[in-house]
Design a protein around this ligand. Structure first.
Ligand code: ATP
Ligand code: MG
Length: 289
């Protein structure tokens, strides 16, 4: 059976290679793509949503080829970031009703619009023109628009950038709800807590290919085990020793300290996804031109 997303040998070059023979299969759930600025995340999403053509390689959504049958792919996917579908002169409510009708919801469009405005917390602003919305409100309307029908694959390119913490969590809940009903979610994000909170699987894009792929715990394990950090009175790191976290290993590490180090503060540091991301992307800083 076709996977929700299959990519093989995908190439896209602008002035330099952006995607360089990229291979990836996503079998469902919530998938998060991480990568430094300019790594090619948006380019990949644009190819998968048929806005940009790849130079070579194959990408299929549910078995449908993005180059050969873009219209077929568009029936299967929804994406945020396509603010062109939102008309500034209409209210939030009018926008969603119009979109619902365009998507064939007919008489149900109005009820679905009400439901979505409630879900993204825009009920109070529903009757206002979008031109008066703040950046965060526009983004929430954009998200609501992408939730209008239940897509087979939903692409979210940095869905919570610019949102306050409460709105962010609301979006996370919406994404989880949608994922639990069977939609495959393809998410790009700069914030690792978002990847950790939402994704079943995380991949890191660097120099045009996937350099690491796994659960948050698997990626975190790549940067090694726990460490015992020894800090001076000002909180500066003086010494750091690797440990497996057991009492015995902590005891041995402390026993090996020199007498003058006995006054240092001890802190047990478990690697985080942040540490993994920094390590995986450290020796090559892509620069968004
Ligand atoms: N239409 C275009 N024409 C020329 N170069 C482009 C175009 N679109 C993207 N690029 C280049 O391709 C590279 C990847 O850009 P892309 O926007 O895909 O990165 P990104 O991973 O989404 O970055 P960010 O985290 O900053 O959103 C960048 O170097 C960018 O300048
Ligand atoms: Mg981007």
């Amino acid at each position: 059976m076709a996977e929700p997303l299959e990519i093989s040998g995908l190439v896209k070059t602008y002035r330099q290679p952006v995607l360089d023979y990229l291979d990836l299969v996503v079998s469902g759930g919530v998938f998060a793509l991480l990568g430094p600025n300019g790594a090619g995340k948006t380019t990949l999403v644009s190819i998968l949503t048929t806005l940009v053509r790849p130079d070579a390689g194959v990408a299929r959504i549910g078995g449908v080829d993005v180059v050969r049958d873009p219209a077929g792919v568009r029936r299967l996917v929804a994406a945020t970031g396509q603010e062109t579908t939102i008309d500034d002169l209409l209210t939030g409510h009018e926008n969603l009703v119009m979109l619902g009708r365009l998507l064939g919801l007919g008489a149900r469009a109005r009820a679905r619009a009400d439901e979505l405005l409630e879900q993204v917390g825009l009920v109070a602003a529903a009757g206002r023109r979008v031109s008066t919305y703040s950046g965060g409100m526009r983004r929430r309307l954009d998200l609501a628009a992408s939730f209008m029908t239940q897509p087979y694959v939903l692409f979210l390119d940095e869905p919570t950038t610019g949102l306050d913490p409460v709105s962010r969590r609301r979006v996370w809940d919406d994404v989880r709800t949608l994922a639990s009903t069977g939609t495959t979610v393809f998410l790009t994000t700069q914030t690792l807590d978002e990847a950790e909170a939402l994704a079943d699987r995380i991949a890191v894009l660097r120099q045009g290919t996937i350099v690491a792929d796994g659960t948050a715990a698997e990626l975190t394990a790549l940067v090694g085990g726990q460490r015992i950090d020894l800090l001076d009175a000002d909180g500066r790191l003086v010494h750091s020793v690797e440990t497996d976290g057991s009492a015995g290993s902590v005891e041995r590490a402390l026993a090996a300290l020199a007498p003058h180090q006995r006054g240092l503060q001890v802190s047990l540091h478990s690697p985080t996804l942040d540490d993994a991301f920094v390590a995986l992307t450290r020796d090559h800083e892509e620069v968004a031109a």
